[in-house]
Design a binder for this molecule. Structure first.
Ligand SMILES: [Zn+2]
Length: 333
């Protein structure tokens, strides 16, 4: 039986009342996790070794024992199209093999990238297997089986574990530009009325000066001027550079050097937007930001001060802007 999983269903799964298997993709072809399934007696050591190799390539996950072998789970930082997730994992597996490491025979879920096709489901971790009556153990990064004192600590292990950042996926630009809802919403609510002004999706409660900067100033120019160290380079349809808001060049926990995670993209609907793809960064969470926010953050000043700066920087800006711009700052900026 296929049915959407809600909280009650998940709670029953964790209590062992019933055991559910989840399809990786939703109706839009987006997935939040991938699972590598190996069904053979030596699966666990193989998956633990594979997990180490994948983590070196930015695909960190955790291994779970299963009735016939094991699962290696990879969680994505945000939902991504299965059409991007599958090739990214396959590419990493091919690289590992090319480096002379063994890749066991495995099934990769999502097992379809076709939008609308749910594909096969995988038994969710932490439940009780209905045939064997067992809860199968999870393994920590050192390959030791975890001994959880409670379901809560087990859940925390899964939910607070590493996620695969978007920049690891092949063509991060294409992922973020995907048409079916992956483009994160912008900072603002939308109104239809604003369509008449040639600016789709911008609302009048935001200062006209902010709107002007968002519409006319490219983050690429701002970064070139105020943070040339970002060194943005074209990736897919967007640009990636060193984030100037966190230590992007620092090595990660496995000693691998950092990778550029400041992502800038322009599209017809939202104009210019940006965010940091690193989960270590304040500018990772929430909606995509626009140019004015970048200008303000790079100057390190309040919204009101950034508005005054903007008037000086771009004297050619919209002459209709209101005198009380400073009152129109969005909350919290
Ligand atoms: Zn950052």
């Amino acid at each position: 039986m296929y049915a959407p999983a809600d909280r009650a269903v998940l709670a029953d799964h964790l209590r062992g009342v019933q055991t559910i298997a989840l399809s990786s993709t939703d109706a839009h072809g987006l997935c939040k996790w991938a699972c590598l399934d190996v069904d053979q007696p030596e699966a666990l050591p193989q998956l633990l070794a594979l997990g180490t190799q994948l983590a070196r390539r930015g695909l960190s996950g955790f291994v779970e024992a299963s009735r016939r072998g094991g699962h290696l789970w990879l969680c994505f930082a945000t939902p991504v199209p299965a059409s991007a997730a599958r090739p990214a994992v396959q590419h990493a597996l091919a690289q590992i093999q090319a480096d002379g490491q063994e890749v066991p025979s495995l099934e990769l879920y999502p097992d379809t990238a076709r939008v609308g096709a749910l594909g096969h489901a995988v038994r969710l971790p932490l439940g009780v297997h209905q045939l064997t009556g067992q809860r199968y153990p999870l393994f920590d990064a050192e390959g030791r089986p975890c001994a959880f004192r409670s379901l809560e600590t087990a859940m925390r292990f899964v939910l607070e574990g590493p996620t695969v950042p978007l920049n690891v996926l092949h063509g991060a630009g294409d992922v973020l530009d995907a048409p079916h809802g992956v483009q994160p919403s912008v900072d603002r609510p939308f109104t239809r009325a604003s369509l008449a002004h040639g600016h789709p999706d911008r609302v009048g409660t935001i200062s006209p000066m902010i709107r002007w900067v968002d519409a006319h100033v490219s983050p690429l120019d701002l970064l070139a001027e105020l943070a040339p160290d970002a060194e943005l380079r074209r990736v897919g349809r967007g640009y990636l550079g060193w984030c100037v808001f966190h230590d992007d060049r620092a090595a990660d926990a496995t000693g691998q050097p950092g990778t550029p995670s400041l992502y800038v993209v322009q599209d017809r609907r939202y104009g210019w937007s940006w965010r940091c793809l690193s989960t270590n960064c304040l500018h990772h969470l929430g909606p995509m930001r626009h140019s004015f926010r970048l200008f303000q953050e790079l100057l390190g000043v309040t919204c009101a001060a950034a508005l005054r700066e903007a008037c000086a920087w771009w004297p050619e800006a919209d002459p209709e802007r209101e005198a009380d711009d400073a009152l129109a700052c969005p909350p919290g900026q």
